[in-house]
Write a protein of this length. Structure first.
Lengths: 112, 116
């Protein structure tokens, strides 16, 4: 069956460092991958989308990579700040369908 | 700039009671979704509506019904609530865009539902 894995344990990093979050998948051939941020008590907020034919996507301090051979996406936040503390979700989708499948998310804590 | 609005924000029900969760979006999106989020399980799709007049089952549809009332509104109904349906429920919407699929989803802030 299809499976999406994100580190369910929290990731703690020092302010100013680069945070790297991982999204691995099995039995899945996604056409695109999305990353969302979720704050406590709030709904997820879309951050970035990367397609299967793209290796890397950037937006300000955020960078996403997508390796279809390794079946993995990496999400990087450079120069991390305490305000970046949140849970980050990856979601995978295929062409022709609006629905996506979400991972359980990784909680990031940036320590001042 | 309301985006996706969900009502109510909190609700406590007794086992066997029924209720309807309401969702409305003002972004003229074609697609709408209902998810539940439980600790350690992530977001799981209950039902979705690709366009007005259509609905389809998601991963966990048992015990739920939906109605796409019009393009703006998509409601979720629990006919006979069970403790296993205690969860946080999120509604989302997305546009169709130039490529079918891959459009980001916009979420409401959820309904926290407890069933005793």
């Amino acid at each position: 069956s299809q499976k999406i894995e994100q580190n369910s344990e929290a990731l703690n990093i020092q302010e100013g460092k680069t945070a790297t979050l991982t999204c691995n998948y099995t039995n899945y051939s996604p056409a695109y991958l999305q990353w969302y941020r979720q704050d406590p008590g709030r709904g997820p907020v879309f951050l970035l989308l990367i397609r299967e034919n793209e290796k890397e996507k950037r937006k300000e301090r955020l960078k996403v990579t997508f390796d279809t051979t390794l079946k993995q996406s990496l999400f990087h936040i450079t120069a991390s700040q305490p305000a970046d503390s949140a849970t980050y979700l990856c979601a995978l989708g295929v062409w022709g369908y609006q629905k996506v499948t979400f991972g359980i998310g990784t909680k990031l804590q940036v320590i001042p | 700039n309301a985006g996706v609005t969900q009502t109510p924000k909190f609700q406590v029900l007794k086992t066997g009671q029924s209720m309807t969760l309401q969702c409305a979006q003002d972004m003229n999106h074609n697609s709408m979704y209902w998810y539940r989020q439980d600790p350690g399980m992530g977001l799981r799709l209950i039902y979705y509506s690709a366009s007005e007049g259509t609905t389809d089952k998601g991963e966990v549809p048992n015990g739920y019904n939906v109605s796409r009332l019009n393009k703006r509104e998509f409601s979720l109904r629990l006919e006979s609530a069970a403790p296993s349906q205690t969860s946080v429920y999120f509604c989302a919407s997305s546009g169709s865009g130039t490529g079918y699929g891959n459009q980001p989803q916009h979420f409401g802030d959820g309904t926290r539902l407890s069933i005793l």
